[in-house]
Write a protein that binds this ligand. Sequence first.
Ligand code: NAD
Length: 315
Amino acid sequence: MNITIAGVGAMGSRFALMLHRAGHKVTLVDGWKEHVTAIQKDGLQANLNGEEVVAKLPIYLQSEVDPTLSNDLIILFTKAMQLEAMLADIQPLIHDNTAVLCLLNGIGHEEVIEKYVPRNQIMIGNTMWTAGMEEPGRAKLFGNGSIALKNLVADPKAEQAAYKVIETLNSAGLNAQYTENILYAIYKKACVNGTMNSLCTLLLANMADFGDTTPAHNIVVKIVSEFAEVAKHENVDLNVTETVDYIEKNCYNRDTIGLHYPSMYQDLNEHNRLTEIDYINGAIARKGQQYGVDTPYCALITELVHCKEQLLGAK
Ligand code: NAD
């Protein structure tokens, strides 16, 4: 398959390398000049589960894409706030038969994507794979993961295209599954991000240490309840007890991921980068206003993260 990765940070690098190693023709598009220059010079490098890998892949700055590139699949892997600018720049690469897959964290990206891509070519989902950047041109890629995805519109041709994308991802060992109730999966992951990412970022804590505090349970219940109330208005039935249980069992476990500082923590507190808060807790606060649902926890958390971004001069 001819595949373009639009946004080749940590996750884009993982998908690019795995798909390239499975024999697909992978092209990269990104907006971070230093990173693009490093890849043009030395290839895309990574520590992939302890193995040093390098791939000489074609890469373009998103403002300089080659409109003659043929694309069966474009995988979007920007941060949420970079998504619309990327879509505007790569519009010449989106042809009639190009499937466009979005696996970003957060809620409601399809509303942005459908301004640039016909709805029957859009696939949405999420992923449990993880990745990090070490420096421009170099990623660190450890562990295993999975992908849940589905075509945005109910249409047999779109569904067939989604299964083809799944087959392609699985040929690279990416462990993708067609997921009928994809909005449920997206909301459930957003609950993890909307509790662990934002709270650990604000409190300068890892997940297990936060979980040990006495108010932790109540705060997580309150936030997840706001997500669930909003989700109801989108016909998503999110069980609060089950979701809180899932977060507490998985995220606070010191033997697995409990000692981890979530990516939002790392972006803001370690790298002075803006966060995706507007697309996680912020999306719930916005949608809450639209649906007449009170979301005081999500609204306050969103504002506090923005305060912190401004105090730190994040970019
Ligand atoms: P990322 O920040 O590594 O990359 C996103 C974009 O930002 C890329 O275009 C990249 O080139 C650019 N970028 C990265 N570092 C930069 C810097 N220092 N200066 C300027 N530009 C920089 O993001 P990611 O971790 O690949 O995440 C992409 C999406 O996938 C997000 O929605 C994220 O929430 C989601 N996600 C991430 C992970 C993870 O483990 N990283 C896991 C699941 C989902």
